[in-house]
Design a protein around this ligand. Sequence first.
Ligand code: SF4
Length: 201
Amino acid sequence: MQLFAKILSVGLATRPLSPVHDEAIHLVRTIDARSRRLFGRALAIREVDAGSCNGCEIEIGGLAGPVYDMERFGLHFVASPRHADLLLVTGPVTVNMAAPLRKTWEATPAPRLVVGAGVCARTCGVFAGSYAIAGSVDRFVPVDAWVDGCPPEPTDILRGILAALDRLPSGEPRDDERGARPARGLRRFWRRGASAGGGSR
Ligand code: SF4
């Protein structure tokens, strides 16, 4: 009863977004436009916790929360790598997660982008040297973009996703992806890159 009384007395409580959120909205819109041009639809992201402390996951969760609410622009997390365009990997890779991470990458259809989020993904961070750690993310899967920070802010994660998408139009598929069937929107870019003698991603 007290709750309803408070709801009635307070009414709607909203406040304008700060300028930093304006930047986030701009980034999400740019990512969505780029994804639709490349893939013909919105970007599907599979998050992989390869051994993080979950600090990075809290920030990634913020992307789907009420402030950033990236799903309103079409970006969404998916439960299966088979439905994903991009893997967002956090943490140092633990011994137990090395094989699952590689299998997740192999199960993701080409062109499969990988973003390493958090300083642990790139350097193992404070976990370096632990008996439980197998190595940084790029020891097990090719990484297209890194997002530094411990943990990185949601806006930084969006920048990393955009940086990974930016690598696609100008390059050829990586060596380990040659022969894999690229998404329809990318074949044109890859053909152009191959005929122009473009470098590898
Ligand atoms: S980068 Fe920081 S927040 Fe992310 S997993 Fe490592 S220690 Fe945790």
